[in-house]
Structure formats: structure tokens, C-alpha cells
Design a protein around this ligand. Structure first.
Ligand code: GA4
Length: 324
């Protein structure tokens, strides 16, 4: 079978990120995913099977919402932490030049939220549901491929958490206004759209339009720009995946720069795959076996999420769960 991944050299000479073609041989793809998770905690998938129509529809609903007046957008409510937000990220003083909609990824919550988000709430609701279902399916496929690549006996060891009816997965639309539309002077936003952080969940699936600004840090801390590609999805290892794999995978630190030069707005749509609140998280025995001891103590997602929200965006929250 043809090689399913490439690690392109960037013109600067820096290493680019793996691109994994999901239409190719399954066992090869699963090995490449494990390698990408180990080396970068990040990769891009192409030929992912999510219809363009579904992505375009979601993006259109997002742009439609963000083009509304401040008053209209605020009427959605800042549901702490779900709902509409502008500039404030979390509760501890983090800020960025970004507007966002943050929703629970289950159809009941989407339907409820739709009523205050769009005049055509039925259409908004079905568009967001279609997108969420398609991306959740992709996330499950990726998690099952990773389980296979890790030789974990139970192929559903990770995906069962986000397949669970009570999964706490989220869907987020981030809107980074063009410098022309941005209300914040550049000196105020410090050039940051969404500051450096790792995602606390299991796995993140990020789509963006053709506007750049997204960056991922290598393990040595070097920041690398991810070229925008509206045909692909970016896959980001979250903190819980780092815990499940006993640190064999590291959650990828990433950030979005504010749009300081371009005349186009950047929009990204992000699915965060998370377990139910009371699910226990601990390093899986098959991985620990090769490493002799667990790096992290068992904890619930509820406990981890509470810790996450008590800290700053860029904090290394998983360190607090290490076995001493
Ligand atoms: C980062 C990943 C998701 O966007 C998010 C974010 C959450 C928020 O914006 O409300 C957090 C951030 C994220 C991590 C640290 C805390 C919580 C803002 C913040 C300062 C929805 C999530 O789950 O964690």
C-alpha cells in the first residue's frame, strides 16, 4: 500500500506536521496515528468522509451569527461557560481577540440553544446536529484506530466515552475578526486570538476556513504555523488522552494568533470529545504494563474539569494529577 502520511518540510526548514489519509490501509493508518500522537500530539486527516456540504452549512450558520449586532449576540446569554462569549476566556482573566459560541454537543442541548441563537432555529439546530454527528463519528473512528495502533484489546477503550449518551463533549465556533472589523486595537489584543493552552478533553477535531493563524508547539516548545486547509481536519491530543496513555502521548499546546494583517476573518469549528462527568480516567493497563507504574492517579472528568476551570488557560493542569 502507498505511504499514507507525509511529513512535509516547511520552506523555513522546520518540520511540518503529519497528514494522514484515512482512505488508505487501516493498519498502516493506525500505526501512523500512534506515531503522530507520540511525536506531535497533533496531525491532520484528509479523505475523512465528512461531507463538504455539512461543513459549509455549519460555517455559514456561524458567520451568520457573528455578523449580528452585539446586542443580538449577547441576548443568547453568557451561560457560564456555555453560550456566547467575546474576548473573555474562562473565568480567571484570560483574554483574546475572539468571539465564540460554546455549546454542549448533544442534540437536546443544541435544540434548546438554537431557540435563542437563530430566528430560523430549526435550520440552525439541524445544521449543527448534522455537523456534530459527522465529526463525532470521525472522532470515534480516529480513537478506534489509535486503540488498534496501541494494541489495546478493547478497540472501544477510548471511543466508548464519547459514544456514551451522557458524554460531556462540546462544540465551539471561534470567530477571529479581520483586522478591519476587529473592535480591539492591536496593542490591546497583543496579537493573540486564543492564547497558548492544551485541551482538557480526550481528543479535539478542529476545522477552519482558509485563513491562517493556528499554531501548534513541538515538544521542544517551538511554535509551528499550521497552514490552513478547509478540506482537512486537525486532530489534537487532549489532556485525558495523555492520562489514558500514561504520558506516551502528550496533549498538544496550541494557540491562535489574532488577525492583525489579513482582511478576512478566520472561523474555526471545534469538537471536543469528552467522557461523561462521572467517568473514571486512569492510565490503561496495557500501556502501563510496558512502563511499570502509573504516572497519574485515577480521577473523574468532573474533578478534572473543575480543576481546569479553577486555573488559567495556559496552566499545566494534568501535573496536579501526577502520582508523587
Ligand atoms: C480550552 C478548550 C475548550 O475550548 C474549553 C476551554 C474553556 C473555556 O473557554 O471556557 C477553558 C479552556 C478550555 C481551558 C482552561 C479554562 C477552561 C477556558 C479556561 C481558561 C471549552 C475547555 O474545555 O477548556
Amino acid at each position: 500500500m502507498v505511504v499514507a502520511s507525509s511529513i512535509p518540510q516547511l520552506s523555513s526548514g522546520a518540520v511540518g506536521f503529519p497528514i494522514i489519509d484515512l482512505s488508505l490501509d487501516r493498519s498502516h493508518v493506525s500505526n501512523l496515528m500512534v506515531k503522530a500522537c507520540e511525536d506531535f500530539g497533533f496531525f491532520k486527516v484528509i479523505n475523512h468522509g465528512v461531507p463538504k456540504l455539512v461543513i459549509d452549512g455549519m460555517e455559514k450558520e456561524g458567520l451568520n451569527f457573528f455578523s449580528k449586532t452585539d446586542l443580538e449576540k449577547r441576548s443568547v446569554g453568557l451561560l457560564k461557560p456555555l453560550g456566547y462569549g467575546s474576548k473573555n476566556i474562562g473565568f480567571n482573566g484570560d483574554m483574546g481577540d475572539v468571539e465564540y459560541l460554546l455549546l454542549h454537543a448533544n442534540s437536546q442541548s443544541i435544540s434548546q440553544a438554537s431557540k435563542s441563537i437563530s430566528k430560523n432555529s430549526a435550520q440552525f439546530c439541524s445544521t449543527v446536529n448534522y455537523y456534530t454527528q459527522a465529526v463525532k463519528k470521525l472522532a470515534c473512528e480516529i480513537l478506534e484506530l489509535i486503540a488498534e495502533g496501541l494494541w489495546v484489546h478493547d478497540k472501544y477503550a477510548f471511543s466508548r466515552y464519547i459514544r456514551d449518551i451522557d458524554s460531556d463533549s462540546l462544540i465551539r465556533i471561534n470567530y477571529y475578526p479581520s483586522c478591519i472589523d476587529s473592535a480591539a486595537p492591536v496593542h490591546q489584543s497583543h496579537g493573540i486570538g486564543f492564547g497558548e493552552h492544551s485541551d482538557p478533553q480526550i481528543l479535539t477535531i478542529l476545522h477552519s476556513n482558509e485563513v491562517g493563524g493556528f499554531q501548534v508547539a513541538l515538544h521542544d516548545g517551538t511554535w509551528v504555523a499550521v497552514p490552513p486547509d478547509s478540506m482537512g481536519f486537525n486532530v489534537i491530543v487532549g489532556d485525558l488522552m495523555q492520562a489514558f496513555t500514561n504520558g506516551r502521548f502528550k496533549s498538544a499546546r496550541h494557540r491562535a494568533l489574532a488577525n492583525t494583517t489579513g482582511s478576512e476573518s478566520r472561523i474555526s469549528i471545534i469538537y471536543f470529545g469528552a467522557p461523561p462527568m462521572h467517568a473514571m480516567v486512569y492510565p490503561i493497563p496495557e500501556v502501563v504494563k510496558h512502563m511499570h507504574h502509573s504516572l497519574y492517579r485515577p480521577f473523574t472528568w468532573d474533578e478534572f474539569k473543575k480543576t481546569t476551570y479553577s486555573l488559567r488557560l495556559g496552566d499545566q493542569r494534568l501535573d496536579l494529577f501526577k502520582v508523587l
